[in-house]
Design a protein around this ligand. Structure first.
Ligand code: DX5
Ligand code: ZN
Length: 231
């Protein structure tokens, strides 16, 4: 993975057909996405359950590009080896998931993969000053984690702007997760985000049998974000 601040669209397969993950991943890549975002939920850290490392390993075989795994689980550390072995390129843990996030990020990087840090909407940037040399990606949650299809929380745009200033020249991605549409993408792209996760915003209107809407949705979000960057 070479670092770039170009806009990347990362569809969340939380909005895909769960009985058809392999074909869904192939469809969104064929329709022009950059990364594939995989939401792991434990029914404890967040009030919803999805799947674990075995499913990630099965999905991996159907993804040519970057597999971006978002862990909404607590504890995290006992499962890092399994998700790294499942083929994650980026493994993101929540700052709120436990008292030893520094150790968690070290453990992720020890596998030679990228370490991500996710922040819930209520979490500030204060702790980050001691973690900037430990992270490859910061994920600003623009919804409360747990479900797809929620409304974008506008107060997070200022957080993205402050984060972008804090990061400076460091090769750290800023990812936005939740409520991304062609209407909200420009706000976060202008503020400095480069990875835009979109679940319902990409998968709406399409299917494996009819994947063209995935491409239309991806292009609409990308065009809106890139226009805001240039403005
Ligand atoms: C929320 C997940 C997101 C979610 C985004 O807990 O982390 O990745 O799938 O879904 P939309 O784009 O529908 O808000
Ligand atoms: Zn996510």
């Amino acid at each position: 993975m070479t670092f770039s601040r170009a806009i990347k669209i990362a569809p969340s397969i939380l909005s895909a057909d769960f009985a058809n993950f392999g074909a869904e991943c192939e469809a969104i890549e064929a329709q022009g996405c950059d990364w594939v975002h995989v939401d792991v939920m434990d029914g404890h850290f967040v009030p919803n359950l999805t799947f674990g490392p075995a499913t990630c390993a099965a999905i991996r075989k159907h993804i040519k590009g970057v597999m971006d795994v978002h862990l909404m689980i607590a504890p995290v550390d006992p499962y890092i080896d399994a998700f790294a072995q499942a083929g994650a390129d980026v493994l993101t843990a929540h700052l709120e998931a436990g008292p030893h996030i520094h150790r968690t990020l070290q453990a992720i990087r020890a596998h030679g993969i990228k370490a991500g840090l996710a922040l819930n909407p209520a979490t500030g940037l204060d702790s980050l000053s001691y973690l900037l040399d430990m992270v490859d990606l910061v994920c600003v949650m623009t919804v409360n984690p747990g479900f797809g299809g929620q409304k974008f929380i506008h107060s997070q745009v200022g957080k993205v702007r402050a984060l972008r200033a804090m990061i400076g020249d460091r090769p750290i991605h800023i990812e936005i997760d939740g409520g991304v549409t062609p209407e909200t993408a420009p706000l976060v792209a202008a503020a400095g985000a480069d990875v835009l996760v979109a679940g319902s915003g990409v998968f709406k209107g399409g299917s494996v049998a009819n994947p063209a809407p995935y491409g239309e949705n991806i292009r609409a979000i990308r065009a809106a974000a890139e226009a805001a960057r240039q403005a």
